[in-house]
Ligand binder design. Structure first.
Ligand SMILES: [Zn+2]
Length: 501
C-alpha cells in the first residue's frame, strides 16, 4: 500500500490558533482525507511548538509556569482543530520528553560530526521573532513582522555549519531533487542561494531557561527553531539514530505558509543533509490573505476567529469557504460578506437545494431505484470528466478548482432535472421517471464522495439520505467511482443540508 505522510507547521503556543494557521491546517486535512479516501496509508502530523523565551515571558505575565501555559494553549489548539474536524494522526508537542531527548541526541551527534561547533556570535536580533537578522533583511533596522528595532546581541553559542550546504542545496533545487512549490517560492529560494552567502547559523542561545539544554553545557539552550523543525521526525517516532529512518519518512509533502519559507527551504534541508536523511518529497508554501482588502490586525478590528466562523457557517461550510476563496499558493482576500454570498450560491442554493429537489422527487414513488438497463452515456461521461478535473486539481493542490468541479456537477444535475422534468414523467412515463431519478441519485452519490475531503459531515449526510452510508464507506473510492452499480433502496429526506443564513 502506498503511503502519504503530510505535515503542517507546529504552532507556537504563546496564543491560541488564528485563521492563518487554520488555513494551512485545513488544506492539509483535505489532502490527508483525500489520500485516505484513495486507500493510501496516510499519516497527518500537527502539533505545538512550546519552548523559548516568549513562552516564558507570557507565562510570567500570567503568573503561571511555562509548562502550565503550554498545557493550556496546546489544549486550545486541539480543541479548535476538533471543531474544524482536523483529522490529524498525531499531535506532537515539543515539550514531550521523547522529543526533547531526541533533539539533544541529534545536537550531540552533530557536535561529534563537527557540524556543530562553539563560537561567538554577534548580530541583530528580534526578540519577537526569536531570531537574528542580517542588516539587509531589516528595514530601517526593524524586523518586518514586528516593526520593532532589532537589538545588537553578542553571545557565546554553538554554530551549525549551514555554509557547507549552500552548493548542494542549490544543485538539489535546480535538479528538482528538492522540490519547492509553487514556482515563485522556488525562484525566491534559488535567488537567495545564488546571491547571498549562507552563513553558519547560531544553533543555541545563552540563558534561555525554557528550552532543551545543550548536552554537556547547561549554560546553553538549543535554538527553538531547530528544536521545532525536528518535530517532523520525532512525530513519527524517530529516536535520533542516523540511518534508522521511520517507515513514514520522508514526507510526501510539507505544507507551510510563505512566512516560514526560509526555515523550511534552507535550514531544515541543511539539517537533514547533515544527518544524511532523505529530504521531504515536496515543500509547498501557500500565500497570505487579507480580510476585506486589509491586513488582519487587532487595531483594525478585522480579526476573524476560526471558532466564531465555524459557529456562524458550520465547520464543514467554513472548510469549503476558506479553500474556495482564492487560488491556493497565491495571495488572496476573504471576508465575511463574501463567505455569506458563496455559502448561499454554492451550498444553500447549490448543493443543498439539489439534494432536497432530488430526494423530494424520488420520494414521490415508493419503489426502489435499481440500476437501469439503459445507461445514460452523457451523464456517465460528465461524471468521468468531473472526477478527472477534481483529481488533477487535488494532486496539484488547486483546492479552488476541485471545488469548482463539484459545483459543475451540481449545475449539470440541475439542468438535467429542468430538461427531463421528472415530475411530469411520474404521471406520463413511470419507467423513464425511474431511470431519470436513478441517474440523479447516482449523481448525488458521486457528490457525496467528491465532498468527503472538504465537508466530511455533510458528505455523510448525503450518503445517509441515499440510504448507503455504512455500505459505501466500506468500499474503497475506486469502487465508489464506478457508475450505475449502486442500488438505492431507502431514500430519507433528512434535515436541510445547508439552512439559509
Ligand atoms: Zn520580529
Amino acid at each position: 500500500m502506498s503511503k502519504f505522510y503530510i505535515t503542517t507547521p507546529i504552532y507556537y503556543v504563546n496564543a491560541k490558533p488564528h485563521l492563518g494557521g487554520a488555513y494551512t491546517t485545513l488544506a492539509a486535512d483535505v489532502l490527508a482525507r483525500w489520500h485516505r479516501m484513495k486507500g493510501e496509508n496516510t499519516f497527518f502530523l500537527t502539533g505545538t511548538d512550546e519552548h523559548g523565551e516568549k513562552i516564558a515571558k507570557v507565562a510570567k505575565e500570567k503568573k503561571i509556569t511555562p509548562r502550565q501555559l503550554c498545557d493550556q494553549n496546546a489544549a486550545k489548539y486541539e480543541q479548535v482543530w476538533d471543531t474544524l474536524k482536523i483529522s490529524y494522526n498525531k499531535f506532537i508537542r515539543t515539550t514531550d520528553p521523547v522529543h526533547e531527548k531526541m533533539v539533544a541526541k541529534v545536537f550531540q551527534h552533530l557536535i561529534d560530526k563537527k557540524l556543530i561547533y562553539k563560537g561567538i556570535y554577534q548580530g541583530l536580533y528580534c526578540v519577537g521573532c526569536e531570531r537574528y537578522y542580517t542588516a539587509k533583511e531589516l528595514v530601517d533596522g526593524k524586523c518586518s513582522i514586528h516593526q520593532k528595532k532589532a537589538i545588537t546581541l553578542s553571545e557565546e553559542c554553538y554554530f551549525f555549519k549551514l555554509s557547507k550546504f549552500q552548493n548542494r542545496l542549490l544543485k538539489l533545487i535546480k535538479n528538482n531533487k528538492w522540490v519547492i512549490e509553487p514556482e515563485e517560492r522556488r525562484n525566491e529560494v534559488l535567488g537567495f542561494l545564488r546571491t547571498e552567502k549562507l552563513e553558519d547559523l547560531a544553533f543555541s542561545r545563552e540563558k534561555v531557561e525554557w528550552g532543551i539544554a545543550v548536552p554537556g553545557d547547561s549554560s546553553q539552550t538549543i535554538y527553538v527553531w531547530i528544536d521545532a523543525l525536528l518535530n517532523y521526525l520525532s512525530g513519527i517516532g524517530w529516536k535520533g539514530q542516523e540511518g534508522k529512518w521511520p517507515l513514514n519518512w520522508p514526507p510526501e509533502i510539507q505544507l507551510i505558509g510563505k512566512d516560514i519559507l526560509r526555515f523550511h527551504a534552507i535550514i531544515w534541508p541543511g539539517v537533514l543533509l547533515s544527518l544524511g536523511a532523505p529530504l521531504p518529497k515536496k515543500l509547498y508554501a501557500h500565500g497570505f490573505f487579507t480580510i476585506g482588502g486589509k491586513k488582519m490586525s487587532k487595531s483594525l478590528g478585522n480579526v476573524l476567529d476560526p471558532e466564531e466562523l465555524a459557529m456562524t457557517f458550520g465547520a464543514d461550510a467554513l472548510r469549503w469557504l476558506m479553500l474556495s476563496a482564492f487560488p491556493f499558493g497565491q495571495d488572496g482576500d476573504i471576508s465575511q460578506s463574501k463567505f455569506y454570498d458563496k455559502y448561499n450560491t454554492d451550498l444553500s442554493n447549490g448543493l443543498g437545494n439539489l439534494l432536497r429537489r432530488v430526494l423530494t422527487l424520488a420520494l414521490k414513488n415508493k419503489k426502489k431505484f435499481l440500476p437501469p438497463k439503459k445507461v445514460d452515456t452523457n451523464f456517465k461521461k460528465q461524471i468521468g470528466l468531473v472526477w478527472q478535473k477534481y483529481e488533477r486539481s487535488l494532486n496539484q493542490l488547486k483546492f479552488e478548482t476541485a471545488i469548482a468541479s463539484i459545483n459543475d456537477l451540481v449545475s449539470f444535475c440541475d439542468k438535467y432535472i429542468d430538461s427531463k422534468q421528472p415530475w411530469r414523467l411520474f404521471k406520463k412515463d413511470i419507467a423513464e421517471y425511474q431511470i431519470v431519478l436513478y441517474n440523479l441519485l447516482e449523481g448525488l452519490r458521486h457528490l457525496a464522495w467528491l465532498t468527503q475531503p472538504f465537508m466530511p459531515e455533510k458528505s455523510n449526510q448525503i450518503f445517509q439520505s441515499l440510504g448507503i452510508l455504512g455500505q459505501e464507506k466500506k468500499n474503497p473510492l475506486a469502487k465508489g467511482q464506478v457508475w450505475g452499480k449502486t442500488e438505492f433502496k431507502e431514500i430519507i429526506l433528512g434535515e436541510i443540508l445547508f439552512p439559509k443564513l
